[in-house]
Design a protein around this ligand. Sequence first.
Ligand code: ZN
Length: 408
Amino acid sequence: MIQIRPDLMALLLFISVVFSACLKPQPATEPAPVSDTATAPAPDTAPTTLAPEPLPTAPLPDDFTIIAVGDNLYHETVMKLFLNDNSFDFAPYYQFIQPLAKAADIAFVNQETILGGKEFGFSAYPSFNTPQEVGVALIGAGFNVINQATNHTLDRGVKPVLATIDFWDKRPEVDYLGIFPSQETRDAKQVIVERNNIKVGFLSYAYGLNGLILPADRPYLISLIDTEVMAKEIDALRPLCDYLVVSMHWGVEYEFQQNKRQETLARFLADHNVDLVIGHHPHVLQPVEVLPRADGGLTYCFYSLGNFISSQMPNTTMLGGMMYLKAQRADNGIHVVESGVIPLVTHFEAGSVNFRIYPLYEYTNELAAKHLRNTEGNEISTAFFKSLAARVLGDALIDHNPYKEATP
Ligand SMILES: [Zn+2]
């Protein structure tokens, strides 16, 4: 876990000094002077005990926590549950994630594929249309900010994208990013989530559309990486929010290190005073970087959170990550006080059953022994995941539930 910054320590020290000053015991009240007339009765109105004074309380600083996960990627085998029994109930996949997502003030997920609805026919790799029940399951799991701008968004053409917009528009309890029905909507849309008096703004961009291009009459449909457009949209949203998050679908698949293009874009985002960059697409974890800014702030960049769920073949894609970040208001802006990545394991067993996502700190070798990848002769174990997570994340690795345990 990345630790609290020194300037925040000074603030916390200041608060604790003020707080302890408020709690100083008051001097004992002097007794009423005794009358020199010995026989005079004591006034019966004299209080014998003092009413307890209400304890002063120091105001807690405004703060919020945000979690984020990577690609929610429904291959054919991941969809097999509904193909087998027609239940369309994907909630069990997320049962071990739900406590974390529900505890967070904001929970972000990259929905890699469109949720176009059954009228277009469900499909998986390479051209996806995922059941809308997956979106319902994500909401049930506690997610409330959904990214839809990815390289797969145009897989099935324009109409399923518009149907995905309709699906999310009917669920105002969540915000979605990256797809728009018109230029007017895109220009007017401001995704700002307010929690505990802090306004958190969101934008999202994807590197491309797997060789497809946006229709000439719908250049606004999916937000793509274009620094000119991004500068305009980021600079417009920045003054309206306290904390600005940009989702980036970028990078090279299966690479454990960010590339130069990601680093250049991260610098560009930092130069536009973006506070947090949530990266995804490489299907594996990539490092976390904290970039200093000219305005004195810091840009936290999570280059890739890997897969959230998938049934990809390399064992390394079975390890994803949940970004966890806690930020607090100080005199000079919002500061991050805790941050890091909780490694996640996609688990499933022979016959593509029992798909579940586990925080690595809850995953066991008993489960690993049943993992489909092991029954196929591969080497899945908690040690394999721990060592890979430590190698990629370094100090940013979180090996416990940050909502349950004190920061070590
Ligand atoms: Zn992708």
